[in-house]
Design a protein around this ligand. Structure first.
Ligand SMILES: Cc1cc2nc3c(=O)[nH]c(=O)nc-3n(C[C@H](O)[C@H](O)[C@H](O)COP(=O)(O)OP(=O)(O)OC[C@H]3O[C@@H](n4cnc5c(N)ncnc54)[C@H](O)[C@@H]3O)c2cc1C
Length: 374
């Protein structure tokens, strides 16, 4: 059921020797319905896929009260994929009341490896070649020097690649051998496996960032996808633009999910308020700094050829970028919303959709008047 939390789902399927393979960092605190509604990606996605690879079909309650079922077959060719319309719809088109997911046999073997690279760009080049050679380990994550030190220790001089794979022993051995060859070809040094163990043990722990928030720091993360050829530029552009914001203290990134044609780059940006005291002035300063860093980061990413979001979705905060990111295709989304939910009942203003139900915080992509809704 959509309200099922990650651990409960995995426990239930594990009893049958199966795994869904979807392990977002928010695994403990997020639900199947939220994964589908926000088009999520788990940390093992390079082997098991994004949530859309796992959804077989949906049951959805529409705004007029009717209940529909979508999908159900391994593949189909009867028109556009209606299941896909609801994946990533963020509750704007209907309420997902049942989800059918694919499951995999629990893998008999798990192996791991880690590498240090002199530069983030070298690591990206190695990942690109390994993926293009069809070596797709479940986890392939490259941390820049700042994040490598923050997350795994070390002296802050190297980028770190974490590799972990699950599966049949021959396939896992071959996958790790291909990654190893491309990593060494790009100047990597093999790192201790403990780096992977440390990542596994701490991968869902965000308490460090939460502690910084209490000390007057303004923190958020932004994940975008870009073709391999644009990834290094996107990294540099976002870092430069966000660092230039008055009050910004640090911008770092890791490459978290890989595909044949590109990858997701996940930024963490940190700004510092002038005082730790909570006053009207610091609250206003917090919002100004938060928005300024988001605007700088997101606009730099879009200008560098990255997209708007890879797996966190849009919500309210990113709504103002939707028109810019989607261009004329945004009109199709607006038309679907008007057709399926003409009274604007479901999550008004999310996904930057025009709404007559008041002003959304920080603005939306388009106004209701621009779409003839007034
Ligand atoms: C610390 C942290 C780490 C995260 N890591 C990841 C990650 O690794 N990968 C990832 O993909 N995401 C991640 N996220 C983002 C978030 O957890 C996911 O997007 C998740 O999929 C949202 O699920 P939820 O149950 O929390 O949804 P909610 O936050 O409750 O809802 C999110 C949106 O989906 C809509 N929605 C929820 N359920 C339904 C339903 N049944 N029908 C229709 N609409 C619905 C809600 O209306 C809302 O608009 C992270 C978030 C946090 C805070």
């Amino acid at each position: 059921m959509p309200g099922t939390f990650g651990p409960d789902l995995e426990r239930a399927v594990n009893e049958h020797g199966l795994t869904v393979g979807h392990f977002p960092q928010s695994f403990d605190i997020s639900t199947v319905g939220g994964w589908v509604a926000c088009h999520g990606a788990g940390q093992f996605s390079t082997r098991y896929g994004k949530i859309h690879d796992m959804v077989v079909g949906l049951e959805v309650v529409l705004a007029d009260g009717s209940v529909i079922r979508t999908g159900g077959a391994p593949a189909a060719a009867h028109g556009p994929d209606v299941t896909s319309i609801f994946i990533g719809s963020e509750g704007t088109l209907g309420v997902i009341t049942r989800v059918w997911l694919r499951a995999h046999d629990v893998a008999p073997v798990r192996r791991k490896a880690a590498y240090f690279f002199a530069s983030f760009a070298d690591g990206i080049a190695a990942m690109r070649e390994a993926i293009r050679a069809h070596a797709t380990p479940a986890v392939l994550r490259l941390y820049d020097a700042v994040e490598a030190q923050r997350s795994h220790g070390g002296d802050g001089s190297n980028s770190t690649l974490i590799v972990l794979d699950d599966g049949e022993p021959e396939i896992v051995a071959a996958t790790l051998a291909v990654v190893d060859r491309f990593a060494l070809a790009h100047g990597a040094v093999r790192a201790p496996d403990e780096r992977v163990d440390h990542w596994l043990a701490h991968r869902n722990d965000t308490s460090g960032l939460q502690a910084l928030t209490k000390k007057g720091f303004v923190i958020d993360t932004m994940e975008v996808a870009a073709p391999w050829s644009k990834l290094t530029d996107a990294y540099a552009s976002v870092a430069a633009a966000t660092s230039a914001v008055s009050g910004a203290r640090s911008v770092s990134a890791h490459v978290s999910h890989s595909y044949l044609d590109g990858a997701c780059i996940y930024f963490t940006f940190v700004g510092q308020l002038s005082s730790r005291d909570i006053t009207d002035a610091t609250t206003a300063e917090h919002e100004r700094l938060y928005l300024a860093m988001w605007n700088a980061a997101q606009r730099a990413a879009l200008s560098a050829g990255a997209n708007l979001a890879h797996h966190h979705g849009v919500g309210l905060n990113r709504g103002r970028f939707m028109r810019e990111a989607m261009g004329d295709a945004f009109a199709v989304l607006v038309a679907m919303k008007q057709s399926l939910d003409p009274l604007d009942i479901f999550n008004p203003g999310k996904l930057g959709l025009p709404t007559r139900r008041g002003t959304m915080p920080w603005g939306t992509g388009d106004t209701a008047a621009e779409h003839g809704l007034d």
